[in-house]
Write a protein that binds this ligand. Sequence first.
Ligand SMILES: Cc1cc2nc3c(=O)[nH]c(=O)nc-3n(C[C@H](O)[C@H](O)[C@H](O)COP(=O)(O)OP(=O)(O)OC[C@H]3O[C@@H](n4cnc5c(N)ncnc54)[C@H](O)[C@@H]3O)c2cc1C
Length: 477
Amino acid sequence: MSEIEQGFPRPKGDRTHAIVGDGITALAFFEAALKRDIDHIVVVGKQAGQLGRGAAYAKGEPGTPWRFAYLLNSPADDIDPQFAKWLAGRWDAITEKMQNRSPDWLGAAATLLQNDDLYGVNAPREFYGDYMEEQARNLISDFEGRGVSVTFMDDIATSLEVSEDQVGITTQNGRTLSAQSVDVAPGGPSTMRIKGDDGPFSVPSVFGFEERIAEHIRAGSEIFCIGGNAAMLDVLRLCQSLIPEDELRFVACAPDGEIPTPLVPRLPRKLTVPEFTSGHHSAETFLAEVRREIDKALAAGDEMREIRAGFRAHFLQNPLSGYLPDVEKARKVPGALRFWLRGGTRDTIQDMHRFVRNGKARVVKGLVQEVRALDSGAEVVVTDESGARQHIKTGFVVNCAGAGPGSRFDPLTEDMLAQGLLSRSHVGGGLQVGAGCQTSAPRIRYLSPAVSEIGDEVVAMPLYDAHMLRSYVARAL
Ligand SMILES: Cc1cc2nc3c(=O)[nH]c(=O)nc-3n(C[C@H](O)[C@H](O)[C@H](O)COP(=O)(O)OP(=O)(O)OC[C@H]3O[C@@H](n4cnc5c(N)ncnc54)[C@H](O)[C@@H]3O)c2cc1C
């Protein structure tokens, strides 16, 4: 009999499957578990009762101006055609909810709606979380209909103890449970820390620090983002939700000094179809073909949305090993693909370009080394390509740098690495799991955006993508 301690109902039978994590990957594992012959399923997550939301699609605080401000990076049907359909079915309620909001999301969606392309909108991320939570509720009914009991445990798993016929899970609140099999989906690592990013005029992340950042936005401070990707775009939305556009003062600092390309949907939907030759012996020759195919598509007038989604579909069907069999050489590919196929939220990127043109925002090229607190603001130390230092005075700094050297994983992933259940690639530091997302213990599987190798396969396009994560869980069976 599986032992479920400290307030957990004992299952009717003795076969328990556990899932660690409460985001979309955990939900995909939850769905896949319908095929398991089990009596009980337990989900251990920070907010397990909101399974499907995770860190990315969290429920916002009611009444805050920035609620619903953070958007999905891709058109709704690129994330999931079923989600786009769900959104369209609730359009009247959504219009009511988004009425008179700043920034004007409905205004930004207007051209798409005129073209009868509601599926192309960049939906607020919270709505995708609503959709996912609804999927979770339906799955709970399916489990219960089959006589499988479901337990949600709001807690953080900290370690695993693997024995011959079961796995013990210990949590931050000192609880323990045993299961015959476990799927672990704890999300990616923390944003890398930068010296001085947690001071009187700086915060180490946007998420969870909105109230503090808002004080400074409202006071008219210039907001300086370390990093030029998705989290920076969220900070811009936060600013837009709080003050009129003509009061905005915004800086994004990124090593390449560039803003990602907006992912603009067009009708009819199109996917670029790349063509590569097989039998490459070096990453360089394969990457030259990748670059050629991207340039060819751009010259033919394809949008980055079409190229990116087309490449994603291609590599989901045609793994990298088919073109470049040497794993060591294949490890050089994802970094370049990630950079070349960079794209993001249409609404916000178009706004950012407008603000740059109007002198309300600027993009600084360089690498932030340190943030120093001054009497009434901050000084950011930035190095350029030549190593020359600039000292930039600003109002308030938000670290949006993303994962990097020094990032920490959640406690369970750290434990699994220490036990050798997972390993890290020496190129880029991504996580390595076995075929079918198996860890080195046969009863435990693992998938997160930080996974860069599955079995003998180097994942060509990084897994920081809802569609890719769900696809890899579906095929892990
Ligand atoms: C802010 C943000 C915005 C994003 N926007 C997009 C987007 O627009 N489109 C897109 O395709 N992708 C986006 N992504 C990429 C994103 O990583 C994936 O789409 C997806 O959400 C990852 O889901 P996940 O379930 O693997 O991880 P997460 O969403 O990170 O969920 C993991 C959850 O598990 C919990 N957890 C972690 N460790 C433990 C533990 N030890 N025990 C218990 N629970 C634990 C965490 O608290 C978290 O809630 C975004 C990511 C973030 C962080």
